[in-house]
Design a protein around this ligand. Structure first.
Ligand code: ADP
Length: 336
């Protein structure tokens, strides 16, 4: 559905060239929620804005439903853009217009008859849960409510694609989750393809199917969230994941044991997460274990667990335990 091929973008300011994007290629399938994560200045905004050509790439191709956007004339581009909604970190609402008028605005511009506009606005107000706030102005709304108006406005022309530019970065954690839930619901109900940019792994973990990690204008890693999150290959990806959990206290570990023990990372994915595999196996191999760190959570709808444990017992029994865990389909990595 969205194919970015070899996209580069250079900016020239005061005779200095910045390479914001360097030969970036991405492929987003219809109906996916695709996240792009990166630190500030990595090129996320520039990349997202090339999809609807708010930013024209210096080179490369932007194919949306097999239409090459960079080849379209102004009117053709305007028409195609109607099917691509966008929401923003700071909402970009019309401050002097009510909630209702903000949502109606793109439809009025598109020349929709008044009675149809009213019906569509009512539908959207219900979808985003703002019926009671229809006559308020943006200044009378909370951040989360403002973003709901932004979402309703972006959906007004019934788009195929929704671009989200750090949509939850200005919101508190609880509100962030409610907005992420709304985006996931919209994706499920209407099959809208969502591309979002963020600097928070929490956002990727909560709603994305796929993720691309961008660093210094290049995609350093991309794939299914379940794969990239559980088996990160690049240092930057690892840093984002580490933000979600406390570091393991290596110094304490050494002190308690006297020597450096073997630390083992066991990863559970899907239904395995809830099975008593570890306890079944150690009951006959005879080893015991200490948990150094543990997480049981979800990657979108998929349960997963990551346990860092130290096994105690005979070397051969520990080997056997690790082998049996692997045979039962768990990912086991000896860390040290
Ligand atoms: P991010 O969204 O990841 O924070 P951006 O895409 O905004 O990153 O920026 C990527 C790089 O391009 C940065 O070095 C930024 O300073 C530069 N950049 C972005 N927009 C412009 C512009 N209009 N003019 C010059 N440089 C820009």
């Amino acid at each position: 559905m969205i194919q970015l091929q070899n996209i580069s973008k250079h900016y020239l300011t005061n005779n200095r060239q910045t390479i914001a994007l360097n030969a970036v290629s991405l492929h987003v399938n219809k109906g996916e929620i695709f996240g792009i994560i990166g630190h500030s200045g990595a090129g996320k905004s520039t990349l997202l804005r090339t999809i609807n050509l708010l930013e024209r790439p210096s080179s490369g191709q932007v194919l949306i439903n097999n239409t090459e956007f960079t080849q379209l004339n102004h009117t053709e581009l305007q028409n195609k853009r109607r099917k691509i909604g966008m929401i923003f970190q700071h909402f970009n609402l019309l401050t002097s217009a009510t909630v209702e008028k903000n949502i109606a605005f793109p439809l009025t511009l598109a020349g929709m008859p008044k009675n149809q506009i009213q019906a569509r606005v009512n539908e959207l107000l219900t979808l985003v849960g703002l019926e009671e706030h229809r006559n308020k102005y943006p200044s009378q709304l909370s951040g989360g409510q403002k973003q709901r108006v932004g979402i309703a406005r972006a959906l007004s022309a019934d788009p195929d694609i929704l671009l989200c530019d750090e949509a939850t970065s200005a919101l508190d954690p609880l509100t962030t989750n409610s907005i992420l839930e709304l985006l996931a619901e919209i994706n499920r109900k209407f099959g809208i393809t969502i591309v979002l940019i963020t600097h928070e792994m929490h956002v990727i973990r909560t709603i994305c199917d796929k993720v691309a990690v961008i660093h210094a204008g290049q995609i350093v890693e991309q794939g299914l969230v379940t794969e990239v999150f559980l088996k990160p290959q690049h240092r930057v990806t690892q840093e984002f994941i580490d933000e979600l959990s406390d570091p393991i206290e290596w110094s304490n570990l050494r002190n308690q044991q006297g020597t450096s023990p073997h630390l083992v990372k066991i990863t559970f994915l899907g239904e395995q997460t809830y099975l008593p595999l570890l306890s079944e196996i150690i009951s006959h191999t005879g080893v015991t274990f200490s948990i150094m760190q543990g997480t049981i959570s979800r990657l979108k709808d998929t349960p997963y667990g990551v346990l860092h444990v130290i096994f105690h017992g005979e070397e051969r029994a520990i080997e056997q335990t690790i082998q049996e865990l692997k045979i039962r389909g768990l990912d086991v990595e000896v860390m040290q």
